[in-house]
Design a protein around this ligand. Structure first.
Ligand code: F58
Length: 806
């Protein structure tokens, strides 16, 4: 295939000399400067361009190969992507890391200083957004034709600062200098409607929006590892249409009024919502969701039409994954496009819609299941509400036919909640309008089908499947931990494990090799030293994740205070520890912010007390993000996965840490169960109630004060907090634990603290610990996102790879 219209283009070399030549040429022609006068920013941007060009060439070949194949596409719709820093990834995937370093040094630039200018696009809150990024990485690595669709927020997840120990949120203006990785695609812009009214013209419903906004796309490259495939993630940014600028008002000197409509339009993609598990009743968020869905579906249809003419083929060419309920308006939107705009009959359209979409659920918290006020949705999207009512009528007919006389079931399953206020239930719509609904870990799927989505499971058991989460071994082992990666490759005699993580099992026999164990220990030690927090000889005990009461950072803190008390009492027999916390709390989540504040207060006290010297240090670096995760995870010895059983859908930090050789202390929750099954009960510190026990306790007469009364160490820890030793915030936290303890922290305290003594015992025997650590890595190859994608392909997407010639 001739991609270059007969023109012989120079191929972009990856040797240091070729790289340097292009670097200098780009500096000159694209930045208009020279080595002598270039700033660090010039050097960074030029480096980015030089790397990007090499991937752009692969991208062009990928697009051509995909066009020729006319395959079934996988489209991932997600309101969030936590992509992580792009430079290091693109250097690795383009095979130019070494050449770039050599070339930069030859030009007199400091590679590390330049790499530090790479800003991560923080377009997500946490696990859900990072999972989306890992799946895109694996789709490209596995040569699956795929596009990720999302929103190009001007402001990503807020930057966290601590002021007197309190979390303060600062805007994350991540692209303030322009993002060198971004490819604008203005030709593919879309017009999105809101508000207005519907009418019937010639038998077809017509929606006449009252307001329109432009969606401007740009994309980032998503290279595969060890393959020529480069996919894209296309992000939409809201732009005011020309008509929204009011020239009459401007002429009259009303400058603010002249642009107010334009400002309102552009607010749609202004900021990522930082809420965690609280349904945001904000119209702007609903607008964001529809904006994403409307732009993306029109783009998908445009792409379908490039090679296909018959709507009957749409579902066989298109698999759209809905990442949680945020893009679920895609279901009524595709119905609208097919029925109102394309003139398909309802039943044909519904069959295509159902065969196109699938839905991933990421929660078990009933309060996190999205609902939207019927009034608001009907005002913003009048036609979509009509369509939702039509879908609901068919759903409820089916429920009544299957379960006659079960009125309560009909009420529960309806897409519309009636009491106490009328709301559209997005999860119900998602299950109804898709072929498959998946949970993200075995326990999660089992609990989904037996609790929150039980009625739907009764009606359509075959719609439900489990797809356990996974993480990218490229990002979270190779890039995060180059030292352990080199050791693994050395031990296995190959680096093929990077695209076939099951090969890690070959490390297991090496636990018998004393020199391998000693090198493993040295790597861990070096990673801790590089992190620079606490003594590298101490056990690094890590709890990194969003702050939420169900995740129980407060339990970890009670343990810290207990250790502190033991030290003060003299005769402390635990091992030296550095306890590291990392994570953000939603700005409006008062209780979670209190816990952050309290941790900082305890850390200040513990660290300032000479009694703890060499025994206990508490660190809490601010602004945990992918960049920081890549430094913390390879250094960790102990991974804290201590949520109340039955609450964490899966977790992915648990996988990243175990894969990097940290041992887990955890409950039987989420994917912890599957991790423990694989690494073996002897290599995992289990504690606490299981999901069934937790449920029973919570639904009975749970009395946290009984635990307080019965356990001297727990009492002592809560007493100092209650007494205000760490400020008023501690009193609030203690009161909430003693009076409610919604997440059974006190019930699990003794089991947790005792299990931590087993951790100490294991750590004291460094040979034993190292063996356990290596076995964690050797046995967790299953948690590669490549395996996750393989599962989605088999059970849900049914799409095949398209190879791009190297
Ligand atoms: C997480 N959800 C789950 N939500 O909590 C975690 O167990 C799971 O491993 C992960 O998804 C991936 O499946 C999560 O991260 C969010 O970030 C919400 C996004 C929308 C706003 C509210 C928070």
């Amino acid at each position: 295939m001739d991609l270059r219209n007969g023109v012989e283009l120079r191929s972009l070399g990856t040797s240091p000399a070729a790289f340097k030549e292009d670097l200098l040429s780009n500096l000159y022609y694209r930045r208009g400067t020279t080595v002598e006068s270039a700033s660090a920013q010039d050097a960074y941007e030029t480096l980015a361009l030089t790397v990007r060009d090499r991937l752009a060439e692969r991208r062009a070949r990928t697009a051509a190969a995909h066009y020729a194949a006319n395959p079934r596409w996988v489209y991932y719709l997600s309101a969030e992507y936590l992509l992580g820093p792009q430079l290091e990834q693109n250097l690795l995937y383009s095979g130019t890391a070494e050449a770039a370093r050599t070339a930069l040094e030859a030009c007199g630039f400091a590679p590390d200083e330049i790499a530090a200018l790479d800003v991560e696009p923080g377009l997500g809150n946490g696990g859900l957004g990072r999972l989306a990024a890992c799946l895109l990485d694996s789709l490209a690595t596995m040569d699956i034709p795929a596009v990720g669709y999302g929103i190009r927020y001007d402001l990503g997840i807020f930057k966290q600062e601590f002021h007197d120990g309190r979390q303060v949120e600062r805007p994350d203006d991540w692209a303030f200098q322009g993002d060198p990785w971004e490819f604008p695609a203005p030709d593919d812009r879309q017009v999105v409607g809101f508000y207005g009214s519907t009418s019937v013209v010639g038998g077809r419903t017509v929606w006449t929006p009252g307001e329109t906004v432009l969606g401007e796309p740009s994309h980032l490259l998503v290279p595969g590892y060890g393959t020529a495939t480069v996919n894209i993630v296309r992000l939409w940014r809201a732009q005011a249409s020309e008509a929204s600028f009011d020239l009459t008002r401007f002429a009259a000197g009303q400058y603010a009024e002249a642009v107010q409509d334009a400002v309102r339009a552009e607010n749609i993609s202004k900021v990522l919502y930082p809420d965690d598990s609280t349904p945001a009743g904000r119209e702007l968020r609903l607008k964001q969701q529809y904006f994403l869905v409307s732009c993306s579906l029109r783009d998908i249809v445009r792409r379908f039409r490039l090679r296909n003419g018959d709507w009957a083929d749409f579902a066989s060419k298109t698999a759209i994954q809905l990442n949680d309920t945020h893009p679920v308006l895609a279901i009524p939107e595709l119905m609208r496009l097919l029925v109102d705009e394309e003139g398909l009959d309802w039943d044909h359209a519904w069959s295509l819609v159902r065969r196109t979409f699938n839905y991933t659920c990421h929660t078990l918290l009933p309060e996190a299941l999205e609902t939207w006020p019927v009034d608001m949705l009907g005002r913003l999207l009048p036609r979509h509400l009509e369509i939702i009512y039509l879908i609901n009528a068919e759903l409820l007919d089916e429920v009544r036919a299957r379960f006659p006389d079960d009125l309560d079931r009909v009420r529960r399953m309806s897409l519309i909640q009636e009491e106490p206020t009328r709301q559209v239930r997005m999860a119900n719509l998602a299950v109804t309008g898709t072929t498959r609904t998946n949970g993200v870990a075995a326990l999660h799927t089992q609990l989904l089908t037996s609790t929150v989505l039980r009625d739907f499971h009764d009606l359509w058991p075959d719609r439900f499947v489990n797809v356990t989460n996974g993480v990218s071994p490229r990002r979270f082992v190779r890039l995060a931990d180059p030292l352990v990666s080199a050791l693994i490759s050395d031990g296995l005699g190959t680096d093929r494990w990077l695209s076939d993580l099951s090969l890690l099992s070959g490390l297991a026999p090496l636990v018998a090799d004393a020199s391998f164990r000693s090198r493993w220990r040295d790597v861990k030690r070096a990673n801790k030293a590089a992190l620079g927090l606490g003594d590298p000889a101490a056990l690094l005990d890590v709890m990194v994740k969003r702050f939420h009461e169900y995740k129980r950072q407060q339990l970890k803190l009670l343990h810290v205070i207990t250790l502190y008390h033991r030290i003060l009492a003299g005769g402390y027999d635990g091992v030296p520890r550095t306890v590291l916390f990392g994570g953000k709390a939603a700005p409006a989540y008062h209780a979670a912010k209190n816990i952050i504040h309290l941790i900082n207060a305890v850390a200040a006290r513990v660290n300032a007390d000479p009694a703890t010297d060499g025994l206990l240090t508490v660190v809490f670096p601010a602004n945990y993000n992918i960049t920081l995760a890549e430094r913390v995870i390879p250094a960790a010895d102990l991974s804290e996965q201590i949520s109340m059983a039955g609450k964490e859908a899966s977790g992915t930090g648990n996988m990243k840490l175990s894969l990097n050789g940290a041992l887990t202390i955890g409950t039987l929750d989420g994917a912890n169960i599957e991790i423990r099954d694989r690494v073996g009960a002897d290599n995992f510190f289990l504690f606490g109630l299981n999901a069934a026990e937790a449920l029973t306790l919570r639904s009975g007469d749970y009395r946290p004060r009984d635990h307080y009364a019965a356990d001297g160490e727990l009492r002592a820890a809560l007493d100092v907090i209650s007494a205000g030793a760490f400020g008023g915030v501690g009193q609030e936290v203690a009161a909430s634990l003693l009076d409610r303890d919604e997440y059974l922290t006190l019930a699990d305290y003794r089991s947790y603290v005792d299990r931590q003594s087993d951790v100490d015992a294991a750590w004291r025997d460094q040979e034993r610990w190292t063996t356990m650590s290596i076995l964690n890595t050797a046995r967790t190859g299953y948690f590669s996102s490549d395996r996750t994608v393989a599962d989605y392909l088999t059970h849900i997407w049914h799409a095949s790879p398209v190879r791009v010639d190297a």
